[in-house]
Design a protein around this ligand. Structure first.
Ligand code: HEM
Length: 134
């Protein structure tokens, strides 16, 4: 098997049939979490963006950049106050959604490790400050 024939990580995670329900469940959990106020009222487009991003990020169909351009994720998250509490809440929703998903258990740690790294990189508030009132 040549490298180009090797299944992408997107496929190894389960591809569209795993990610579509997983990310829908993720945003249902976000909607019931403390970070809900950061998001638009309707999650439909946010869900589409996340699905497109994950697809392209893991070597599946390039659905994000033709639509949204370069991800520039840190820049796109700067308008939102993201400290350790927000990153932790985001990750808790993702961990629960993965646990409830059809993703193979063998692949879950790799996926979640990368989500954790990106979530930490989105933090744009000093870590270790006293808790905010908000
Ligand atoms: C650390 C906690 C995080 C918080 C609180 C957060 C919050 C948000 C918010 C409020 C938006 C805007 C929603 C919208 O405009 O529809 C957004 C967009 C987005 N987030 Fe996050 N996010 C976090 C982490 C992550 C991580 C870890 C990833 C990737 C693995 C990610 C990927 C995205 C993408 C792809 C978009 C859409 C960007 C665009 O095309 O406009 N986010 N996020």
């Amino acid at each position: 098997m040549t490298q180009t024939d090797a299944p992408s990580l997107w496929e190894r995670f389960g591809g569209d049939p795993v990610f579509a329900p997983l990310l829908a469940d993720f945003y249902a959990r976000v909607a019931a979490s403390p970070i809900r106020p950061l998001f638009p009222e309707d999650f439909a487009e946010t869900l589409q963006k996340q699905f497109a991003f994950q697809s392209e990020f893991w070597g599946g169909p390039a659905r994000y950049s033709p639509w949204r351009g370069h991800p520039r994720l840190r820049a796109r998250h700067l308008p939102f106050t993201i400290g350790m509490p927000e990153a932790t809440a985001w990750l808790a929703c993702m961990e629960a959604a993965v646990a409830a998903s059809a993703m193979s258990e063998a692949m879950r740690p790799m996926f979640l490790e990368r989500m954790r790294a990106i979530a930490m990189a989105m933090i744009n508030q000093p870590v270790g400050d006293p808790p905010r009132d908000t």
